[in-house]
Write a protein that binds this ligand. Structure first.
Ligand SMILES: Nc1ncnc2c1ncn2[C@@H]1O[C@H](COP(=O)(O)OP(=O)(O)O)[C@@H](O)[C@H]1O
Ligand SMILES: [Mg+2]
Length: 197
């Protein structure tokens, strides 16, 4: 049995304050928590599919998407991270860096700076590198990148998991994390290959 604090490589551990935000007192294992989160994420995806298309490249949408994906499980869902993590920038700079990224992403789609998949890969990487929230950043940023693809480029979503499991240790997850780490150093080739660009 693994505790709620056990995370695969490349995940964000929660501090005690954040764990206080769990809406279910009875949860003791990572498996139970994953199931609750997974059900919440499904509800978030349903909300996303039903919402009227409106601009996604703004702070409100980024936060609302996270709240819809995780708000039934975590009280702090949709609120920016306030503590330092092993991944991500100083929490004080999150809003400013997010706004810069959203402006860049808008420019990339308006000027076709990159192919749609490259723009989405770069958007995804920068979003997880900022690390907006205490947890759920990978899942949120994958859906956010797919929504950017759909609404700004009319492009189908990325096959992130490719039939594998991205949430637990797997070959696919290792390749994904390795591609993000290369992108941290400015090398996007591996991530582009990963997303099928
Ligand atoms: N070195 C890295 N550089 C950029 N992003 C990373 C790195 N390592 C992990 N990540 C991202 O952070 C995510 C883990 O953060 P977390 O908030 O726990 O998301 P989730 O709970 O959805 O898995 C990974 O899925 C990945 O997207
Ligand atoms: Mg996590």
């Amino acid at each position: 049995m693994s505790g709620v604090a056990d995370e695969p490589d490349g995940a964000t551990p929660l501090d005690p304050d954040e764990r206080e935000g769990l809406r279910f007192r009875h949860v003791t294992t990572r498996g139970e928590l994953n199931e609750l989160e997974q059900a919440n994420v499904q509800a978030g995806l349903l909300w996303l599919s039903r919402r009227r298309n409106s601009d996604v490249l703004n702070e409100h949408f980024m936060r609302e998407l996270h709240r819809r994906m995780f708000g039934a499980v975590w009280r702090w869902a949709g609120a920016f991270r306030r503590s330092e993590k092993n991944i991500g920038i100083d929490p004080l700079h999150i809003a400013v860096e997010l706004h810069t990224l959203l402006d860049d992403a808008r420019y990339w789609s308006a000027h076709r700076t990159y192919t749609p998949l490259e723009a989405a890969a770069r958007f995804h990487h920068r979003l997880v590198a900022i690390h907006l929230f205490a947890n759920g950043n990978g899942r949120h940023a994958r859906i956010a990148a797919d929504t950017y693809l759909k609404e700004c480029f009319g492009h189908p979503p990325i096959d992130w998991a490719a039939g594998h499991d991205l949430l637990h240790t797997s070959e696919r997850r290792n390749a994904y994390i390795a591609a993000l780490r290369a992108a941290d150093k400015g090398e996007y080739g591996t991530l582009l290959k990963f997303v099928g660009a």
